[in-house]
Design a protein around this ligand. Structure first.
Ligand code: SAM
Length: 392
């Protein structure tokens, strides 16, 4: 595909996302209908779409409208590319600009968030006050960081890792650097697309895991022999991180068991033993119950930027109600003197501090031992965790 044809494809995908489709789904739909597109084309189109979703409103403003075409015209202007060199109508490139499009972009934000988004931080207007209150002075740098791509992180599995692990990664074209203070973590500086095919990954020596999840998992109070329940296990990232360093008894539970479908294979690859439970079948008492709660994902907007634009006040209210319900169920499974850990990949106070404060009012028999908000200023995704002890 020519560069212009890739832009035309990105316009098509962005139009679907703007109409409400999840970005991954819209990309798959485009790829299925575009058999001529090679893997390099698919990667390029994906990058154009994701980069633009991170900056949707500012690019729409620069391009004159919240449409795929407006956003891609805005991308040209933002990157100092003359749109007339891309929008040529030749070789499947999008049609040339009309007079209105060629005129200077209108002032303000074409997406209608003129006041709140005036700083060009690409934050949905209704979320600005909540994020300002959660982040304080960090609001502007954190939201600016959310407009950039996220770094990729690996977690070393000490049960499997060979001494020459970083050399083996380098042989596979994956350059990494260590992370100070977290010996299991590696930042990928080059070759991220080859990780899933590389021998160190396939042999369970490393896992893909964001730094925030690694920091939180390392902070969980788990000791050899403990009974541990991962109540919202999903793919089991937190359990696998704990199992890599501690020989405890791990139970994985999720209301949607299909989300745990890959967990047995991942555990086998990592040399970890994890028991999969059916929904509602967890039986306490546990020494540690981990609630890695369903959340808005506002901390992961760099990786899933369409989620930023799809969140609504109603959805957020539904999520916070579900989090409270899950906490109430999970606390009953903790033994006296044991721990309940609550984790979200959100930056919003309603899902984090306020959720914990409300829980402590409902269950005064718990005491917070530690709570922490991580942000991209810590290099990781936005993430919150609280560790609470059940008085016994
Ligand atoms: C943030 S994800 C978990 C990610 C996972 N722990 C990991 O590290 O890969 C949240 C999970 O909570 C599950 N979930 C949602 N509602 C639930 C409920 N009422 N009880 C248990 N799990 C629930 C979802 O199916 C989803 O897999």
């Amino acid at each position: 595909m020519t560069p212009g044809a890739r832009v035309a494809a990105a316009i098509e995908v962005l139009d679907r996302v703007i109409a409400g489709a999840p970005a991954e789904q819209a990309l798959i739909q485009w790829a299925r209908a575009s058999r001529f597109a090679g893997s390099g084309d698919r990667t390029a189109v994906r990058d154009l779409v994701f980069d633009s979703l991170r900056r949707l409103h500012s690019r729409a403003a620069l391009g004159g409208g919240l449409t795929g075409r407006g956003v891609m015209i805005g991308r040209c202007r933002e990157e100092g590319i003359d749109p007339d060199t891309v929008f040529t109508g030749l070789g499947h490139a999008p049609p040339p600009l009309d007079d209105a499009e060629r005129a200077a972009p209108p002032p303000g934000d074409a997406a209608g968030d003129a006041v709140e988004d005036a700083a060009g931080l690409d934050v949905p207007g209704w979320l600005v006050p909540a994020l300002q209150s959660a982040l304080g002075d960090d609001y502007t740098p954190v939201m600016a960081a959310m407009r950039e791509r996220a770094p990729v992180w690996l977690r070393i599995n000490p049960k499997r890792a060979a001494p020459d692990l970083t050399d083996a990664l380098a042989d596979a074209g994956i350059q990494t650097r260590p992370v100070s203070g977290l010996p299991q973590a590696l930042q990928v500086v080059q070759g991220e697309r080859g990780i899933a095919r590389s021998t160190p990954f396939l042999s369970g020596q490393v896992e893909l895991q964001d730094l925030s999840s690694q920091i939180a998992a390392a902070a969980l109070p788990v000791q050899a022999g403990d009974r541990v329940l991962d109540y919202c296990a999903g793919g089991g990232g937190k359990t696998l991180a704990m199992a890599a360093v501690t020989d405890a008894h791990f139970d994985a539970h999720d209301v949607t068991p299909s989300r745990m479908a890959d967990l047995p294979a991942r555990a086998a690859r990592a040399g970890a033993r994890v028991r999969i439970l059916q929904p509602g079948k967890a039986e306490g008492p546990y020494d540690l119950v981990v609630v890695d709660a369903p959340c808005s994902g506002s901390g992961t907007w760099r990786r899933t930027p369409d989620a930023k634009w799809r969140l609504t006040p109603d959805r957020l209210a539904g999520i916070t109600a579900l989090q409270a319900e899950i906490l109430d169920r999970a606390q009953a499974l903790v033994r006296p003197g044991g721990h309940l850990a609550y984790l979200t990949c959100s930056l919003l106070g309603a899902e984090n501090d306020a959720q914990i404060d409300a829980f402590l009012k409902r269950f005064p028999g718990f005491t917070v031992e530690h709570r922490q908000l991580l942000t991209p200023l810590d290099a990781s995704d936005g993430f919150f965790y609280a560790v609470m002890r059940k008085n016994g």
